[in-house]
Write a protein that binds this ligand. Sequence first.
Ligand code: FUL
Length: 605
Amino acid sequence: MVSRTLVCTFLLALLMLESCGQKKEEYYVKHVEFPQGATLEQKVDMAARLVPTPQQYAWQQMELTAFLHFGINTFTGREWGDGKEDPKLFNPSELDAEQWVRNLKDAGFKMVILTAKHHDGFCLWPTATTKHSVASSPWKDGKGDVVKELREACNKYDMKFGVYLSPWDRNAECYGDSPRYNQFFIQQLTELLTNYGEVHEVWFDGANGEGPNGKKQEYDWDAFYQTIQRLQPKAVMAIMGDDVRWVGNEKGLGRETEWSATVLAPGIYGRSEESNKRLGISNLSEDLGSQSMLDKATELFWYPSEVDVSIRPGWFYHAEEDEKVKSVKHLADIYFQSVGYNSVLLLNIPPDRRGLLHEADIQRLKEFATYREQTFADNKVEKGDKYWSANPGEEKVYTLKKDSKINVVMLQEDITKGQRVEAFTVEAQTANGWKEIGKGTTIGYKRLLRFPTVEASQIKIKMDKCRLTANLCQVGAYYAQPLDEDAKKEDWNTLPRSNWKAVSASPLIIDLGEEVTLSAFTYAPLNAEAKPSMAFHYNFYVSSDGVKWEKVISDGEFSNIMHNPLPQTVAFGKNVKTRFIKLEATTTTDTAAEVAINEIGVTAI
Ligand code: FUL
């Protein structure tokens, strides 16, 4: 993979652009290595001149991408399949990819990414690599191809198209036999990148949940990358790739300070583990690009963030989540904290068992789109040239339309000249004179700053701190209608907890205080926050006396709980009478898990 960064640095790099017709400025594309002994000043100067590749720039401008999680899990109700599912389960009754794309297009999305293969290994196209695909399903008598149908719908509606291909494959017999599986994977990739027209994003998930006793697959990222480069040069390689960075959570939460020019080495480079360890950082770190980080770093990457989140609690469709589609307020907050925090929003809307986007999701997408349209239709900043080459300490005043009420300011940097702003302040000219209404740190491609509503005739942007001269290319001021959130209720436990007692902490045994009939239990990590001690694999038992136990769930898995620590309900498939419950659980590292009594709920009938 070193070869890739060298290509970017030396072949694409050192673009010489005329700046204001006088000085020529030197740029580095995608990657820059600091010379030995470079001072902080030199590093900051170089960091300011790091720019995206044309593919990365085009990707960033899309702002909104839709994710479609669809596959065997849609029909089993799981989030992670184990690869042992019968392909015959896949049988959407009314699959209509045009319905997906039409609705997504109307809602403002510029690209869709389909889970062509999730961790269960089931392929949504009739691949030659395995029988574990739509070709073995009853859908269209095994002659169907979901990827093709989506591609055709994208052509019709002029939508860009991307594929998710899970490296982790729980079905492939060769998984873990590294060279063989790499060949198998490259063949799958080749099919997808050859037979379905233009592909703009290839998404490789980082999940690898086989655990300590599983098979260790060494992926040949370099070969995967070269396959993409050769077959789809316009595509960006995301997550386990070096074009697009995972933001670090699946909650829809970007960083307020978000540097696209970052010191985090993409995980697929051989040197990344050592380099990121030396800097003490990971995808989850708060600071990936400040000057103190630059000071310690030896190289820098243009590696912008993508915020992936589902419109529902799970990534796949589950009928029981129809009532849990995120509210417009929640989606609006996500938008401001992703697109508005210098990131691309990748919002998942999972097709249901019919093979359609569900009415509840469509309705919410419409409301979300209307909200954005209403908010951003009217830029209160008077028309005119917005470009501003700003030096530290300088300020610029923009006149607003008459009688403007505003609560959002939008700023954009011309990132083709690098990301440079470190701190800024916004003031408004109100009836009582100039008033500070907000402060921010990074801007990057786009920054949306929210503040309490003010009536103002002008706004003033103060450039508090920037690297070299910052290039602001857009300024907007808007009014966003305040939204109310419905009160959230804990609906995953139906039995009052007042009589419960923890009999033992590890394994967790709970005395429910009386005999009850249960159909399911729920594990809900506290505050929906991930921690290393949380449960991953488990057995679940019931007992009427706390002595003799019946195992109701054997070797269960709280799939994807580390990245999406939301309540997971496990149905028993029967009703059980019990007074005591026991959860015997291990963490992802196979050590005993710590689960608190209030993290467990039950469904009593
Ligand atoms: C995760 C996966 O494990 C989830 O199932 C989902 O696909 C999400 C987008 O990425 O890591």
